[in-house]
Design a protein around this ligand. Sequence first.
Ligand SMILES: Nc1ncnc2c1ncn2[C@@H]1O[C@H](COP(=O)(O)OP(=O)(O)OP(=O)(O)O)[C@@H](O)[C@H]1O
Ligand SMILES: [Mg+2]
Length: 146
Amino acid sequence: MNTYRFTTSSQAETEELGKKFSEYLEPGTLVAMYGDLGAGKTAFTRGVLRGLGYDCTVSSPTFAIVNEYRGGRLDLAHFDMYRISSEDELYGTGFYDYLDGSMAVFMEWSENVPFVVDDATVKIRIEHGKGDTRTIEIDFPKEISF
Ligand SMILES: Nc1ncnc2c1ncn2[C@@H]1O[C@H](COP(=O)(O)OP(=O)(O)OP(=O)(O)O)[C@@H](O)[C@H]1O
Ligand SMILES: [Mg+2]
């Protein structure tokens, strides 16, 4: 794994980082995002989706658990694990069907589903800094350049 560390100062900058990161996504990539409420997990994912060519509304699928985006450069499933606390519950959402390698899968609140994360999983940790700053750490299996 290669670790890349960034600091952003606004939501727009976090979205821009997500947009650049989207270039490295492939079908079957699983991305585990970590960070508190309001850290910027959805902002990052929105940028990713913009980079893939989606211009629709992007919000946390807190109640729906998963939002699907299809028809862009890559299909993407956006999960919010905030309300998930067991493997059985996750199974009930159909999560495992999304891991068939046909799409990228992003997860907010991956803290709640450690059992699906392994060495091949891309990890993104977002932490609050002073004011609107955020530190964003990306563990990626390949060398990438932003
Ligand atoms: N540098 C920054 N990057 C991202 N968001 C920022 C930044 N500075 C301020 N913000 C604000 O922080 C909030 C981030 O919200 P976002 O929905 O992306 O967080 P989240 O991690 O998905 O939270 P949740 O766990 O509630 O889903 C937004 O209100 C955004 O405007
Ligand atoms: Mg969110």
